[in-house]
Write a new protein. Structure first.
Length: 186
């Protein structure tokens, strides 16, 4: 695969969770999951607000589709394989073509915390990022105090590389962030 090829959004599944590209009809489920998760995601993700509505979700889905077509980012929905319930989101984004790396981002709706969803989804998406997208490094950047996200990065194989000063801006405040990386097996 060449670096300019856009990977087709095939579903990824382990029989428990499934990752797939966003569809237009995901907007209401996305909005509902975001509103449910304001208490846990809101401190780290400025968009996780109580007023997140279907129109905002539709705008996000349009941006995701555009990024996918451009090959810049690959945002996916995480769903329960059996019920189809919206569990959260995971994406390979901020793709740097020249140096062949990208960032992995994720969030899980509050009622689904503690069930290993990020671990399962990360285990599915990382080989896809290496084999299909063609990156040779995936970075996970989590706010210093976001311990659940940092622990998830470690569970999916992230190697802690250090603390980066003022790496993220959360709610207009610069914060230090932990940098993790995952590289393909040799």
């Amino acid at each position: 695969m060449t670096i300019d090829t856009v990977p087709y959004p095939h579903d990824l599944s382990d029989g428990v969770v499934r990752l797939r590209a966003y569809r237009d009809d995901d907007a209401e489920a996305l909005a509902e999951a975001v509103r449910e998760s304001v208490g846990t995601a809101g401190p780290w993700l400025a968009w996780a607000r109580a007023d997140y509505d279907t129109a905002t979700a539709q705008d996000w889905i349009r941006l995701c589709k555009q990024a996918w077509l451009l090959g810049d980012g690959f945002e996916m929905i995480i769903v329960d394989t059996q019920t189809g319930r919206f569990l959260g989101g995971m994406g390979i984004n901020q793709r740097h073509r020249e140096h062949r790396f990208a960032t992995l981002g994720y969030w899980v709706r509050e009622s689904e915390h503690g069930k290993g969803i990020v671990t399962r989804a990360g285990t599915l998406v990382l080989p896809w990022a290496f084999d299909v997208v063609g990156v040779t490094r995936v970075e996970i950047v989590a706010a210093h105090d976001n311990l659940p996200s940092r622990k998830a990065a470690e569970r999916i194989g992230g190697t802690f590389e250090g603390m980066l000063r003022n790496r993220l801006v959360i709610n207009d405040k610069p914060v230090d962030a932990a940098m993790y990386s995952v590289t393909p097996p040799l």
